[in-house]
Design a protein around this ligand. Structure first.
Ligand code: UDP
Length: 239
């Protein structure tokens, strides 16, 4: 099934864990290379691509806080972890001959650009993959919320959450063999059923701004390009 209204601009949320592959921590070089190739395919098809990247493969504020670090400091460390991932993804993209820019919500401008909405939009218009780091720049948020926020600000027509499962299920399919997979859901169904796909702030933002969300399996080669081309049969769509 293909949606006739193809997208001009999409935003992909990549969790830090997506970069790990089989590792327990950090970044797998072949995995990040494959992800970069998937993103490049989409850009080459003429769709503008922004990426919000997480940091869970390195640090999460919550975990650090449990270990005794003050929460705001812990979240700042988490945000810096996302900057490291963003630099690694930029490197992987540029090794494959495509152009990308890292823009951070926390000022760290000897390393990457500051996030400025109009500048980000300009990079996108020029066909550069824009990798948005440091989440919202504020503690107590997640990169899921940052992704929803940036997708709305940048006027993306679709937000895509890349995960390790092929859509949204009624329960965790890795733990519950009877878990049912959904093709299509409303935001309120996701909220009411507490389907743990993204944090609630992110879902509410998507709902209030009518931003469609697609959840798909990043390990399936070619899926991202299909979704970006308007194929609604991949993953679960939340509208
Ligand atoms: N973070 C934050 N504010 C934000 C986004 C992220 O403080 O707007 C911190 C938070 O500590 C979080 C960490 O950065 O745990 C890494 O982000 P996240 O957990 O969302 O990464 P993912 O789970 O997507 O890998």
């Amino acid at each position: 099934m293909t949606d006739s209204s193809a997208y001009r601009r999409i935003l992909v949320k990549l969790s830090g864990e997506a970069l790990m592959g089989d590792l327990e921590y950090g970044i797998s070089s072949p995995v990040i290379g494959k992800i970069a190739a998937e993103l490049i395919k989409v850009v080459e098809s003429g769709v503008e691509v922004a990426v919000v990247i997480g940091g869970g493969n390195i640090f999460r504020g919550e975990g650090l806080a449990r270990g005794g670090i003050q929460r705001v400091t812990a979240d700042q460390m988490g945000m810096l972890a996302t900057v490291m991932n963003a630099l690694a993804l930029q490197d992987a993209v540029e090794k494959q001959g495509s152009v990308s820019r890292v823009m951070s919500a926390v000022r760290i401008n000897q390393v990457c650009e500051d996030y400025i909405l109009r500048r980000a939009a300009r990079h996108l218009e020029k066909g550069r993959i824009v990798i948005l780091a440091a989440g919202t720049g504020n503690p107590f948020f997640t990169t899921d919320s940052a992704a929803a926020l940036r997708a709305i600000e940048l006027d993306a027509q679709l937000m895509i959450k890349a995960t390790k499962v092929d859509g949204i299920y009624s329960a965790d399919p890795k733990k519950d063999a009877g878990a049912q997979r959904y093709d299509r859901l409303s935001y309120d169904e996701v909220l009411d059923r507490r389907l743990g796909v993204m944090d609630q702030t992110a879902i509410v933002l998507c709902r209030d701004h009518q931003l469609p969300l697609c959840v798909y399996d990043i390990t399936q080669t070619g899926s991202l390009a299909r979704i970006a081309a308007g194929d609604t049969s991949v993953g679960t769509i939340v509208v």
